[in-house]
Design a protein around this ligand. Structure first.
Ligand SMILES: [Zn+2]
Length: 98
């Protein structure tokens, strides 16, 4: 499955690790803007532009959507910075950031 960077839209480089029980870890990185998405044994870590967000499978729905809101805010902030630097163009990406 190919995934695009939710910040700049570039295709992410993804690595996956498997054990007998299935996929236990994935690590995706955007080589253009530095967005990282790391999932390991039920814990997700997302980092970009100096922001980072972490949650595990124990998170409640309410907490999760609160974090999504914060992460989306951070994404637009980082995008603005990337736009100013000319690293990304104006096209918007509405992909889930977490
Ligand atoms: Zn990116």
């Amino acid at each position: 499955m190919k995934m695009c960077c939710p910040v700049c839209g570039r295709l992410l480089n993804t690595e996956r690790w498997f054990e007998e029980c299935g996929c236990v870890e994935t690590y995706s990185k955007c080589l253009k803007c530095g967005y990282c998405h790391h999932w390991s044994y039920g814990t997700t870590w997302v980092g970009f532009g100096g922001f980072d967000f972490e949650y595990s499978y124990t998170i409640t729905e309410e907490e999760y959507f609160k974090m999504v809101k914060q992460a989306n805010k951070a994404r637009w902030k980082y995008r603005k910075w990337l736009l100013r630097k000319g690293i990304v163009k104006g096209k918007k990406h509405a992909l889930n950031v977490l």
